[in-house]
Design a protein around this ligand. Structure first.
Ligand SMILES: [Zn+2]
Length: 310
């Protein structure tokens, strides 16, 4: 559903490019798009202006003049993911998380990040970050989560500073019917890719929920917005002890209940939707680029011990 909203905005082929004025009646692209042209398509979908101030998004490695035939989408620019992109022959790897969020003084291949930069450049594979701009946009990470969990009448949890009213971090919406917290948690578990950490829930398993807040990735800084939204349950990742504990202590009738999921899993769900959206924009411009979602699980956790139960 989010994807349809995205596509309606870019269906006019002649609105896409400023530079190619010779042939503005029909855009019949020949050959492969350059990396620079793919960047313009990305900007249509996930404008950099939607990124948070602290974030670093955009092109990390790559020449804008290089032709692009294959694009791989992934959550993390880990070495395993980079190897997957190179082995497949992708000229562009698009990841949700930045490789270089903090300033660096060296990209020598003596550190993991330096090695990542070397492997990418040596293979001729570009790296592009679509992070909080991908969270905030219509059809972004939390929109896809809301859709997967069956939410309707979805609005942002916090409206974007530089965007439309429907853009922003997190989403809140309603289930079509009341569900128990246990059943809703089972739905969340089923929709997300399987990871070692599973899904953790705080609240009465038989308590009823209808209004649901979601935030892909680490969302425990949004509890004020969650309470203001009157959500019955909040689904996010990386919930730390103190924010979670304080939210439970301050809950009204036990709500909002909390569902803590894998950071990787919560953002992975966006990848197929993002790949499809980018493919549609490029196809509207006459380009046929092969776009694939990484099969690498970059969740850092490998196994879990619990005291039992089901
Ligand atoms: Zn994240």
């Amino acid at each position: 559903m989010g994807m349809e909203a995205v596509n309606t905005g870019i269906s006019d082929a002649d609105s896409v490019e400023d530079d190619e004025t010779e042939d503005d009646q029909t855009v019949e692209a020949s050959g492969d798009p350059t990396l620079g042209q793919v960047l313009l398509a990305v900007e249509e979908l996930w404008p950099e202006s939607l990124a948070e101030d602290w974030d670093e998004v955009g092109l990390v490695v790559g020449r804008p003049t290089v032709p692009v035939t294959k694009v791989l989408f992934a959550v993390d620019p880990t070495l395993a993911v980079i190897d997957e992109a190179i082995e497949w022959g992708a000229e562009l790897l698009i990841t949700h998380h930045p490789l270089l969020l903090k300033g660096v003084n060296s990209v020598a291949a003596t550190s993991a990040k330096g090695l990542a930069v070397h492997r990418l450049i040596e293979a001729g594979t570009g790296l592009l970050t679509v992070h909080t701009n991908g969270d905030s946009a219509v059809g972004g990470v939390s929109d896809v989560l809301a859709d997967a969990f069956g939410l309707e009448n979805v609005t942002p949890l916090t409206v974007a500073a530089n965007g439309l009213p429907e853009e922003g971090i997190g989403r809140v919406g309603e289930l079509r019917e009341l569900m128990t917290l246990g059943d809703f948690a089972a739905r969340v578990f089923e929709m997300l890719p399987a990871v070692a950490g599973g899904v953790r829930v705080a609240g009465d398993k038989d308590g009823l929920v209808r209004r649901v807040a979601v935030c892909g990735g680490a969302g425990d800084s949004l509890f004020d917005a969650v309470r203001a939204s009157h959500a019955d349950v909040y689904v996010t990742a990386d919930m730390r002890h103190h924010p979670a504990s304080e939210a439970r202590e301050g809950a009204t009738n036990g709500r909002p209940y909390l569902i803590d999921v894998s950071h990787f899993a919560s953002e992975w769900l966006w990848l197929p939707a993002a790949a499809e959206a980018l493919g549609n924009v490029l196809a509207d411009q006459g380009y046929d680029v092969e776009i694939r979602v990484s099969s690498t699980n970059s969740d850092p956790w490998d196994f879990i011990l619990t005291p039992g139960g089901d």
